[in-house]
Write a protein that binds this ligand. Structure first.
Ligand code: 5GP
Ligand code: MN
Length: 338
């Protein structure tokens, strides 16, 4: 964040504000970790702050301190709408375009509040008075730590904040494995442990709460995996019938897409998941090396994200979506194989 933005934030927060903090739809560890981390900070600083999420959080994040206080726009609609219309300041975290909040989009468009964006995705939209956007950052949680530090308040990081922020750094870096993990990321994680983040407990709470049905669904996904050696690509499909058979719950498919990349020589991994209720196929893309899945998702599947991790969707059927994907692949043969 540059000095001008830091001063602008200091000015905006110099008197008590009514603040709404928004994660993207289908929030992940980084979205919930960053919004709750910032929520604790702003509340402790004397502001009237509320996290308003477009929809529910997955079960594996419900333990996070403050998660109970999140307003769910789908379930607590009128309270959520009030929080948005009454806010004097709205922080949008871990996304950079109003298209990422589903049904809440119109209410952000109509809000009279000033916006502050904190985000690490590519191609930010221009809606905020302060846009703190940095695509080199591992996670929005890492950025929220820097944000607090820029305001001179790193000594005010509480154990609650530390646990929230550590969680998002851990989940967005694949436990400090992805290329986005820098020495700075480790330094921030270290500070957070010093401030009370229980790193081993967090790991257990996030990764060791499998249900038998989720492991069976993973088995089904792995069985369905198609390996295309000629394109260094592996993709998985999961139909709604398969999800129903294994009692799919929100968050159950988190991380499935990464298994493709664990195959030797595979550089591009994809998962196509049918969502009959929304009438779409939700897609996750992952890559290793220079192949940009952000560009791929943006160009062909109405999505985006980062160079090595992106998402998108398709309105075709599951079979047609996979066929369309297969018809696009030859264009990228050189890029994928070399
Ligand atoms: P995931 O595949 O885990 O849902 O998402 C991977 C990354 O891509 C995340 O950073 C996520 O925020 C982003 N992403 C997922 N779906 C979409 C989408 O539909 N549009 C855009 N712009 N980004 C997405
Ligand atoms: Mn993130």
């Amino acid at each position: 964040m540059n000095l001008e933005d830091i001063n602008k934030i200091k000015e905006l927060l110099s008197t008590p504000q009514k603040i709404a903090i928004i994660p993207h739809k289908n929030p992940d560890g980084d979205a919930i970790g960053s919004t709750l981390g910032l929520w604790h900070y702003l509340k402790n600083a004397g502001h009237d702050a509320t996290v308003v999420s477009p929809n529910d959080s997955p079960k594996f994040l419900k333990w996070m301190p403050g998660c109970d206080a999140i307003l769910n726009f789908e379930k607590e609609n009128s309270q959520a709408k009030n929080a948005l219309s009454e806010a004097t300041l709205i922080f949008t975290l871990d996304f950079n375009d109003f298209g990422r909040v589903g049904q809440m989009e119109q209410f952000l468009e109509d809000a009279t509040a000033q916006f502050v964006m904190i985000d690490h995705h590519q191609a930010p939209s221009d809606y905020a008075v302060v846009t703190y956007s940095d695509v080199t950052m591992s996670s929005t949680c890492e950025m929220v730590y820097h944000f607090i530090d820029y305001l001179g308040d790193s000594d005010k990081v509480t154990p609650e904040m530390a646990n929230c922020l550590y969680t998002g750094i851990m989940t967005d870096t694949g436990s400090f494995r992805f290329r986005s993990t820098t020495s700075k990321t480790h330094v921030v994680a270290g500070h957070l442990i010093d401030k009370g983040a229980k790193n081993s407990d967090i790991n257990n709470a996030i990764y060791n709460t499998n249900s038998p049905s989720r492991l069976h669904l993973l088995g089904c996904a792995l069985k369905n995996m198609v390996i295309l050696d000629e394109y260094s690509t592996a993709y998985i499909t999961l139909s709604q019938d398969e999800l129903d058979l294994y009692k799919y719950k929100k968050g159950d498919t988190e991380g499935f897409v990464n298994y493709g990349l664990t195959l030797e020589g595979i550089k591009f991994a994809v998962i196509f998941i049918e969502n009959r209720e929304e009438g779409i196929i939700k897609i996750s893309f992952r890559s290793q090396g220079n192949f940009s899945v952000n560009k791929f998702a943006r160009t062909y599947f109405e999505g985006g994200g980062h160079d090595n991790a992106a998402g998108g969707k398709s309105d075709l059927s599951l079979k047609e979506t996979a066929a369309r994907f297969l018809s696009i692949l030859p264009e990228f043969k050189n890029e994928l194989v070399n």
